[in-house]
Design a protein around this ligand. Structure first.
Ligand code: URP
Ligand code: ZN
Ligand code: ZN
Length: 476
């Protein structure tokens, strides 16, 4: 007798689409086929897609964000929102403050997550202070313990690392097998442009976009890829917003480098014009890199279709808009420079890709699965435990109704921000039922009594199980 049987649906993986029932026991998928027998619980998926639960590998939750600024989501609201958006695993960032030990930062972050998660979670470290102690002892020990990825910044005054520091981190990654994600924007160029705009009294949110031009992102992308080449390590270039940076990734791959590219919904759906709102409304769209123009949107779709991007993540980084601890903090009302960077989007990430990508014929269902789950698992050492529908995999499953039509309204979403940057966008296709470790945690759009059982997941070193030669992306 199985614990759970999903009957009558169309199953999709990153390589195949087929009609099958899926049987679950003790939290894992144990059979896939027809006429599988009886189960304690049956879910009818007729007319719907049975997909691996989404993995959002770029999410900010409860991250310290500057004096007087508070991120809108904690683990409860952030993972609840993720679950409603068809995700079963999210990967938030644990920030090392300057002078702080990595273990102490992680202990604090685990304490915030413990018992509060609706999805499974796994953390990337943010390294802001790569001291000898951190690179020599702490980071290698953490990699052994399953914290196998980390992010470094080339921008933000308080977070950016010098090129020499980045080389030190990359070298440690090579020794330990960790994977480095890089935020690529040239901080000095941005500082210079900010100074010029402020001197001209040009301080409205729109200036956030003009002080962070494509050239600043492209240059930093090229530099990060060069530093990784010098040390000979793979690299993840996160939240890519434009064609010129994509070309840097493609050129590095042509040189035989292993580079993973990531883009996000904001670069497919928003433009810099959105930052030009009346009454400071443009603050709702302030994120870095900023949304660009329609040509850049087309370029990013092209990158989604052609495989320049292996990952499509939300970069969910939620601040409330009308809040003194959010976008409209007292200093943020005075200058774009003090508007916290980041926008919410963990719940809308997958519906946007399904509707704009699959339903509009830009990508097929296997590519959707690759971009939403499988490639995240392969890249960050969760595969094949997660990210696919296969015998032995965790029964983390989202059932999608391709006919469900909704208009995105923040009032219907479940994060703790007070707006959605995607308000009013019409969506076809939405996840209606979600299973986490074989438990039905959301059914027909409602949380069940089984919800909030998300666990922390330690990870293998990246790329385990992807079976691809070095120099390729995740391949799907
Ligand atoms: O504006 C953004 N993206 N904020 C989140 C932090 C980051 O750089 O990913
Ligand atoms: Zn970033
Ligand atoms: Zn981010």
């Amino acid at each position: 007798m199985f614990d759970l049987l999903i009957r009558g649906g169309t199953v999709a993986t990153a390589s195949d689409v087929f009609q099958a029932d899926v049987a679950v026991k003790d939290g894992v998928i144990v059979q896939i086929g027809r006429d599988l027998g009886e189960a304690k619980e049956t879910v009818d998926a007729t007319g719907r897609y049975v997909l691996p639960g989404g993995i959002d590998s770029h999410v900010h939750i409860s991250q310290p964000s500057g004096e007087g600024i508070v991120m809108a989501d904690d683990f409860e609201s952030g993972t609840r929102s993720a679950l409603y958006g068809g995700n079963t695993t999210v990967m938030p960032f644990c920030l090392q403050k300057k002078g702080e030990g990595l273990r102490s930062a992680l202990n604090d972050y685990h304490a915030l997550a413990e018992g509060n998660c609706y999805t499974d979670v796994s953390f990337h470290m943010i390294i802001s202070d790569p001291s000898d102690q951190v690179l020599g002892q702490e980071l290698p020990a953490l990699v052994e313990d399953g914290y196998t990825s980390l992010k470094v910044f080339m921008t933000y005054e308080d977070l950016r690392l010098s090129d020499a520091q980045i080389l030190g981190v990359l070298d440690t990654a090579r020794r330990t097998g960790a994977l480095v994600m890089v935020h690529c924007e040239n901080e000095d160029a941005i500082r210079y442009l900010i100074g010029r705009h402020e001197a001209d009294g040009d301080v409205a949110p729109k200036a956030h976009a003009t002080t962070r031009p494509i050239a600043a992102e492209r240059e930093a992308t090229h530099r990060a890829l060069s530093l990784a080449e010098i040390v000979d390590v793979p690299l993840v270039i996160v939240h890519v917003s434009n064609r010129e940076s994509m070309e840097e990734i493609e050129r590095a791959r042509q040189r035989g480098r292993k580079v993973i590219g990531e883009t996000c919904p904001q670069y497919l759906m928003l433009t810099a014009d959105d930052l030009d709102g009346m009454d400071w409304e443009g603050a709702k769209f302030v994120c870095s890199p900023p949304p660009r123009d329609e040509a850049s949107q087309d370029a990013c779709w092209d990158g989604i279709e052609r495989g320049v991007f292996d990952l499509y993540s939300s970069d969910h980084c939620p601040f409330r808009y009308d809040d003194p601890a959010g976008k409209l903090n007292p200093r943020g009302r005075e200058s774009f420079r003090h508007i916290p960077n980041g926008i919410p989007g963990v719940e809308t990430r997958l519906p946007i890709l399904f509707s704009e990508g699959v339903m509009k014929g830009r990508i097929d269902l296997p590519r959707f699965v690759a971009l939403s789950a499988t490639n995240h698992a392969r890249t960050y050492g969760l595969y094949p435990q997660k990210g696919t529908i296969a015998i032995g995999a965790d029964a983390d499953i989202a059932i999608w109704d391709p006919a469900e039509r909704r208009t995105i309204r923040h009032a219907d979403l479940h994060d703790a921000s007070d707006y959605s940057p995607y308000e009013g966008i019409e969506i076809t296709g939405w996840p209606t039922t979600v299973m986490l470790g074989g438990r039905v945690v959301m059914a027909d759009g409602q949380l069940t009594g089984e919800a909030r059982g998300g666990r922390y997941v330690a990870r293998e070193r990246p790329f385990r199980g992807n079976g691809l030669p070095d120099g390729s992306g995740t391949g799907a």
